[in-house]
Structure formats: C-alpha cells, structure tokens
Design a protein around this ligand. Sequence first.
Ligand SMILES: C[S@@+](CC[C@H](N)C(=O)[O-])C[C@H]1O[C@@H](n2cnc3c(N)ncnc32)[C@H](O)[C@@H]1O
Length: 415
Amino acid sequence: MTDVSIQILDESHAEALLQLARDPELSWTSSVPAECGRTHVAAWIKDNDAAPRSSLTFAILDRGVVAGAVTLKRLEAPDSSGELAFWVGREHRGKGLARKAAGLVLGHAFDRLLLDYIHAHVLRDRNPASRRTLEALGFTADKSHSDLPVEGRFAERFAGDAWTFYRLDRPKPVALGEAVVEYQRLWNGYMSDYCGGRTSCFELVEELMRQMLQGEALNVLDIGCGTATFTTRQLLAGKPPRRITAVDGSEKGLLVARHVIAGDAPVTFVKGDLADNAWASGLTAGSYDAAFLGWVTHEIEPRHLLTLYGNIGQLLRPGGLLFNADFMDGLQGDWRNLGGDYQRRRLGTAFPAFNARFEKLPDVAAAITRDRQTRTRWTVRHAPDVHKQRLLEAGFVDAEEVWRYLGSAMVMAIR
Ligand SMILES: C[S@@+](CC[C@H](N)C(=O)[O-])C[C@H]1O[C@@H](n2cnc3c(N)ncnc32)[C@H](O)[C@@H]1O
C-alpha cells in the first residue's frame, strides 16, 4: 500500500532527500548530479524560493517518508511550457511512486502554474521504467524533436542509446480554484514590493486591534479588499473571531477573493463603488469595530474622499477604529522620488508574467471586460494631513499618522 503526496521541497526534507540522492547510480538516468551533496539540495531549495522561478522541485512522500523528487524545469520559457524530471530512491522503486507523484505535479503545473504543455526526455533504450511512467501519465512522442544520440559520459555508459522526447498538452480546462492560489502568492509578493512595508503595516494594524478592541467577536470592514489579503489575515488572527465584510468595485479582484476565501468562512463580499453611498446602504450602521483600507484611497477622486470616510464613519460604532494605509505625500523635495525609486528597483517580472496567463482564462477575461466598462481610474496622493482633516470632518473624534515607510503612510482614526 502506498499513500503518495508531494510537498514543495524545503529544509524539512533536505536531510532525507540527501541520503537518497547520494546513490551514485541516480546520476545516470536523472538530473541528480554525480556525488550529490548538501550544496546541491540547498540549491534546489533556493531555486524554489526564487522570483521568478525557473525551476520548482517537490519532495515525493510515501506515507510521510521522503522517497524522491519531481522537478519542473525551464519555467521561464516564453511559451508557457515546462520540463518534467523525476527520480525515486532505490529502496522506494517498483511501487508506482514516480507515476503518482508526477501526476500530482502535472496537476500543479497545469492548474496552478497555468502551463500549456510539459515536455520530458529519457534514454530511449536503457530507461524503460521512465518511459512507461511517462506513457502512463499520457505523454506521447514529441514529433517535433528527433531522437538525440547520447554524448560524453552517457555515450561511454550507454553506447548507441539516444534521448527521446515526450510531450503532454494540458488535458482539460483550468480549475480556477487552483490558479488563484498562485495568483494570490505572486500578487502578494508584487504588492509588498510595490507598497513598501505592506507586511509590517498589516502586523501593526493587527497588533493595535488586539490591544484596543475587545469583544466576543469583531466585525471588520476590508474596504477596497482587492484579492482579500487583509481578510485572509484577519481570519487567521485567532481570538476574538472575526466577521468580515469585504468591499470592492473590481470584478477581477472579487473573483479571486471569492475563490481564495473558503465558502463557509464568515465573510460577506459586497461589490460597489466606494465613491458613492450605495455599497454602505445595505450594511448596518454602527455595527463595525474596525475598518481597514490598504492602498485604496489613492484611487479615489479627491471630491469623493469625504463621502467614503462619511460612509465608513456611519458603519463604525463609537470607539471603532479606522486604519488607512496608502501612498501619501510626506517626503519632501528630492526625497519624494525615494518611494518611486524603491518600487522600480524592487518590482520583478514574476507576477506580470503569470498575470498575462491568468487574464486569458475565460472567467477572468470576462471579469476584466466588465471592469473596463465600469471603472475610471484615478491616481492621487493625498497628504496625511488631508486624510486627518477629512476624517475629522466625517465625524471621527481623533486621527493621527501612526506609521510611515518611504512613500506610504498609515493614518489611524477613532470614531
Ligand atoms: C491597490 S489595490 C489594494 C487591494 C487590497 N487592499 C490590498 O492591499 O491588497 C486597490 C483596490 O481598491 C479598489 N478600488 C479602487 N477604487 C475603487 C472604487 N472607487 N470603488 C471600489 N473599489 C475601488 C480596487 O478595485 C482595488 O481592488
């Protein structure tokens, strides 16, 4: 009996994998180097953490025991393809582990990474086991590649043999629930680079909420929730439990958010334009303990800022807290460019490359079309003092800038 699972290779698998990878025979039929050592395993783990990733290695586990590895390589290919390679430790062979684990990795490659096809190559004559595994997984001969006679050290050992090439196209439409996991992972990395200090800002909000808000449960507004990153963090915040109302005007953002959040989670999504009153009119006045806006108000036309704060003020109970973290003018003179320069230097290509594939999925493309019909985009940097003043005008009793990170700041207000 086997019970096969895969996990993205990390430190917890390193020692067990190294013991298997030290087998000198492995290097003849797999990408494991001869004399595989700690540095090689460490490099595979480091590659897994890179952004963008060009390779991704999974540990194969059988009933929780590390038994081998599967790697997706050449992930930077511009045609949304990847290469599959796998190996199983000597004492774990003959149980179909490679086939089962590679099958799980193919699911990850097609549904989560949105690759269009996977290719692989094996020794034509001397590795019948791997050929059978690929064929059982649905791979067929890649007619665009003729067999390539082995060279170098392989020719010494396997004279007359050749590398033969296989290919497997995406077998079925993408499951959006998987794709949004990768979207959210890369989007969060991108946002952290774009909005410097974003994670430390989330942590501060969570700490202040812990210190200043008590109750059986907390009613929280995530205003301009996007893909629900703050909502997700709130659900994990522990006691007191949260009930969250997440509001956004973007169909694409809400599509991702609805897939990211479990169907039975205490979250209500509201689609609405923050520049008007309609989104708030269906919610209960005075019933919320806290409201969070994360990098939202720079997209709100200045004349609508008071409307937005007025609506949030209505929804918060007396003593309720509002946190608004956003790009805010604060740096003066030449220092103004520091935030923008920081963004430009940090922003990578991992999210845009994936997003291009994601936006082609039919449901996502339809949501974007609807967004384009309804949205006008604004970009404005209000100074923290402008936010403070509007908050006081909207009925908040106090407001202060409590956090700053280059071009971003957070204003906190008490209802
Ligand atoms: C930069 S994103 C930030 C998303 C999220 N708060 C985060 O930190 O990941 C800004 C969000 O505000 C939303 N937004 C901007 N203007 C809006 C408006 N007038 N009505 C509704 N949502 C709006 C956008 O759709 C987008 O999801």
